[in-house]
Design a protein around this ligand. Structure first.
Ligand code: MN
Length: 246
């Protein structure tokens, strides 16, 4: 899927793909790609609960951000906390949904910058001039170990606790949201993705694909393809944006 959308008077190219992967029976990821708002969510929980949680999160933020004129930081934090409250309440009301949760990474792209709010291990990346940089910090047990130098990025991919989150939407009545603001330049590429990609593709590899592929929708397809070629152990969702060239 590719769409060119007006955003601050300039055309942004977008490629989005979500895929069930090779090992799961359902796709519990969800996404939002409605410029200037973008998001990915990775649901978890028994029965269909993960699917419910990720969809609830996306629907909650979509309706919350519509028409909001407040600063992006304020809107993002409020939207994510609102989504968290809805998921938490729903899980309390329905025993089939007890324990459901989801990650949520929500981004607004404005002129000259982007603002990302996130909870969990769905990531944001910036690719500029062939260099890739991770913008988010996973709320996971292994991220702590990587940050303290106990594990390498490659070792983290093999760690038995790699799926254990330290923060998720729906786990508690309220949630702490991490905010990242990043200045943007013409031609920058942004990626939001779930861990079905990053569990099997290293940062420098996805940076190379995003640099090589001129079309965002082709880049999105290649990212999904490489994750599936490496076993596709989880659902894979990627949202790729390219800011207009100068
Ligand atoms: Mn996942």
């Amino acid at each position: 899927m590719q769409r060119a959308e007006e955003c601050d008077g300039s055309v942004m190219r977008i490629g989005v793909m979500t895929d069930i992967g090779k090992a799961r029976r359902t796709n519990e990821d969800a996404f939002l790609a409605e410029p200037p708002w973008f998001a990915v969510a990775d649901g978890m929980g028994g029965h269909a609960a993960g699917d419910v949680a990720s969809r609830l999160a996306i629907e909650a933020v979509r309706s919350f951000v519509a028409g909001r004129e407040d600063p992006a930081e304020t809107v993002i934090v409020e939207a994510i906390r609102k989504a968290n409250g809805m998921i938490w309440r729903r899980s309390q009301e329905n025993r089939w949904l007890d324990g459901m949760g989801t990650t949520l990474t929500l981004m607004k792209v404005e002129s000259g910058r982007c603002v990302i709010g996130h909870v969990g291990d769905s990531r944001g990346y910036l690719v500029r001039d062939g260099a890739v940089r991770r913008l988010t910090t996973d709320h996971s047990v292994v991220e702590e170990l990587v940050r303290t130098g106990t594990l390498s990025e490659r070792e983290a991919l093999e760690h038995p606790q790699r799926n254990l989150l330290t923060r998720a939407l729906g786990a508690n009545p309220d949630v702490q949201v991490d905010l990242v603001t990043e200045p943007l330049m013409a031609g920058d590429r942004l990626l939001l993705c779930t861990d079905g990609l990053t569990a099997v593709v290293l940062d420098h590899e996805l940076g190379e694909i995003l640099t090589e592929e001129a079309e965002p929708e082709k880049a999105a397809a290649r990212l999904v393809q490489i994750a599936n070629a490496r076993g596709g152990p989880d659902n894979i969702t990627v949202v790729v944006l390219e800011l207009p060239q100068p």
